[in-house]
Design a protein around this ligand. Structure first.
Ligand SMILES: Cc1cc2nc3c(=O)[nH]c(=O)nc-3n(C[C@H](O)[C@H](O)[C@H](O)COP(=O)(O)OP(=O)(O)OC[C@H]3O[C@@H](n4cnc5c(N)ncnc54)[C@H](O)[C@@H]3O)c2cc1C
Length: 603
């Protein structure tokens, strides 16, 4: 492994903030931008004007048959190539990279119900066949999924099996002749449940959980009624019931017992996409707030000019910039790893791609949590900034806020994703995948000698770089102590696990923002980077404050009485290295005025 490269799976926590930048939207190629423009035009011109009809799940007559409007629109997206970017060219797709796929998800902003319809089809409904299907399965299904001739869904959840996703009770039993499986069971909350032609279904085969491609028009398949939901009201969510359904033996996905491999790896990509979807919607909220805030006057002035509203807006902008930075850093790192694998249409290639994606599972969970929770805060703040009008449907922000709640629940609840972050981090610490031990030895030396290494960098963000360096030491010290003190019992200390995950998330956001802004400054000069610098200062200020506070909670939560003073004393010495002298009030005004002038988020 390249020692200079930040290692996947939490390596950023113990590495220096990359001096030469990270992958970010400033590096998009013309081709990626073209796809993004096509997607943006499609969502803006074809979907946004139809939102009310989509939300009402209207049906439209086409060729003498009534069809769901959303499915007609999905096929229109197919004509533009929006369903086929992830599908290899030899199977009727466009074979584009992960970044392009992420960009399409980002551009679906403001259309969450339709976004989830198309996202479930292209993501969890199609990717299991792309990544785990054999050539015959790919030949049979992918060309039709690429156009939308077939619509797909993903059926993992059951009434008794949600977060504990691999404990499903559905069964698939091979018939006596060994020609087909007989599938029985019930799946719950399936997106596209009413509309899909095929489903990726998971079932126990002799106690080994396995994946299948199931034709939903088969005898024995029934679909429940549409769920009445808090949000995503225009999407289809039903249960699927399988009663003695014959599934061809050839439709087993991968091998018997592969469910965990399929389900968990598909989630990694899904989590990234969910994060960028939230990014797009967060930007959309900012644009709505600026527009409304300029038009609405109270006390004789536009409400956006009030200082409190400016502070809210600046927080929104900074969080969105950080989210953008982590989402495309993670996607770019995964794409980089995949691009080094020589392409071949065989199992080895697929396994290597899956393994490359899995190595960034921790980062994917961060993007999912940060994205969904950033949008949560931003959409609620956007409602507040609209006053009473924000509570009224016509003003859009209430729908975005309702639609966002499920982002914190599906693709693994955010609690489960916090556990995932912790689990991968610990695995990579003990497996020496990341240089945690060496890093702790350095920290112990500094505490022993009373001399703390300083960072020599030449950038307007010198102090922030040093602060994040010190913050990483604070976080590592707290994690190390929690691991030593709790030992194996740490798996039962869920509050500690959750707070450790929060510190790791905060560090990734600051590390990525600083690295991206430093590169921006070196390309554009300090004068033209004023807003980016202000954002980086604000994010690193928030991160250092947050981790200092949480690390104390962790140490106090786990240290024995006899050790508490020493451990807290050491932690305080590490925290003291952080210099928080930046004028947050001025920074927020600067950021807000800049986006108000531009009229939209455009960074
Ligand atoms: C609109 C919608 C669309 C969906 N689409 C699909 C789909 O297309 N395909 C599909 O298969 N599923 C789908 N789902 C299901 C979704 O993935 C699950 O709802 C989700 O995984 C959570 O499972 P659950 O609802 O059973 O909650 P539970 O697992 O019962 O969780 C309840 C609470 O307990 C917490 N919890 C659970 N386990 C732990 C633990 N170990 N430690 C700490 N806390 C824990 C959770 O975080 C949560 O707060 C969809 C759901 C909805 C509402």
């Amino acid at each position: 492994m390249d020692n200079n490269k930040v290692r996947p799976g939490g390596g950023f926590l113990v590495a220096k903030t990359p001096a030469d930048g990270i992958y970010s939207r400033e590096k998009f190629t013309d081709m990626q931008k073209e796809f993004a423009d096509t997607a943006e035009r499609f969502f803006q011109n074809e979907i946004i004007p139809m939102i009310e009809e989509i939300e009402a799940k209207e049906e439209v007559e086409e060729d003498g048959v009534k069809q769901p409007l959303s499915i007609i629109l999905l096929r229109k997206g197919g004509e533009l190539g929006l369903l086929s970017v992830d599908i290899p060219e030899e199977y009727g797709g466009l074979g584009q990279d992960i970044i392009t796929s992420m960009l399409i998800a980002e551009k679906s902003a403001g259309t969450a119900s339709f976004g989830i319809t198309i996202g479930a089809h292209t993501g969890i409904g199609t990717m299991p066949i792309v990544l785990f299907g054999n050539q015959e399965q790919k030949r049979r299904y992918l060309p039709k999924l690429a156009t939308g001739e077939l619509v797909s869904c993903y059926a993992l959840t059951e009434p008794g099996s949600g977060s504990d996703a691999l404990s499903g009770k559905a069964t698939a039993v091979l018939n006596k002749e060994g020609t087909y499986y007989i599938l029985n069971g019930e799946k719950q909350f399936i997106t596209n449940g009413s509309w899909a032609d095929i489903a990726i279904v998971f079932a126990q085969v002799d106690g080994r959980y396995s994946g299948f491609i199931v034709d939903l028009h088969s005898e024995g398949v029934s679909r429940g009624r549409e769920e009445k939901k808090m949000g995503l009201r225009g999407s289809s969510t039903t249960n699927l019931i399988f009663e003695d359904v014959k599934v061809e033996k050839e439709n087993l996905l991968g091998n018997i017992g592969d469910a965990s491999n399929i389900a968990l790896n598909i989630l990694n990509l899904g989590r990234l996409k969910l994060g960028v979807g939230a990014l797009g919607n967060s930007k959309y909220c900012i644009d709505l707030v600026i527009k409304y805030g300029k038009e609405r006057k109270q006390f004789g002035q536009p409400i956006i000019s009030f200082d409190m509203q400016k502070a809210r807006l600046a927080d929104m902008v900074a969080e969105v910039y950080a989210l953008d930075s982590i989402a495309y850093r993670a996607a770019g790192d995964i794409e980089d790893a995949i691009s080094k694998i020589p392409y071949d249409d065989n199992d080895k290639y697929q396994e290597d791609v899956i393994s490359a994606v899995r190595s960034y599972a921790l980062e994917a969970s961060i993007v999912k949590i940060y994205g969904s929770e950033t949008l949560h805060t931003i959409s609620l703040d956007a409602i507040k900034m609209h006053g009473g009008y924000g509570f009224i449907e016509e003003y859009k922000v209430e729908r975005i806020s309702r639609d966002n709640v499920i982002d914190m629940i599906f693709e693994g609840t955010n609690d489960i994703n916090r556990i995932t972050i912790f689990d991968f981090l610990v695995r990579n610490i003990f497996g020496a995948q990341i240089h945690f031990r060496e890093y702790m030895e350095d920290i112990d030396r500094m505490l022993r000698d009373g001399r703390f290494d300083s960072l020599e960098v030449d950038t307007p963000l010198k102090e922030e770089m040093a602060n994040i360096e010190s913050s990483k030491r604070v976080v590592a010290y707290a994690i190390n102590h929690a691991l030593i003190h709790c030992g194996k019992d740490i798996k039962n200390e869920q509050q500690i696990i959750g707070t450790i995950a929060d510190m790791v998330i905060a560090i990734y956001s600051a590390d990525s923002t600083l690295s991206r802004v430093n590169e921006y400054i070196s390309k554009n000069g300090e004068a033209k980077s004023e807003i980016q610098i202000a954002i980086a200062k604000l994010i690193s200020y928030k991160t250092s404050s947050k981790v200092s506070h949480i690390a104390r909670e962790v140490i106090i939560g786990v240290a024995s009485q006899g050790q508490l003073d020493t451990k807290l004393g050491n932690l305080n010495r590490l925290i003291h290295c952080i210099r928080q002298r930046v004028n947050i009030v001025d920074l927020k005004r600067l950021i807000a005025v800049s986006v108000i002038d531009t009229g939209r988020y455009d960074l």
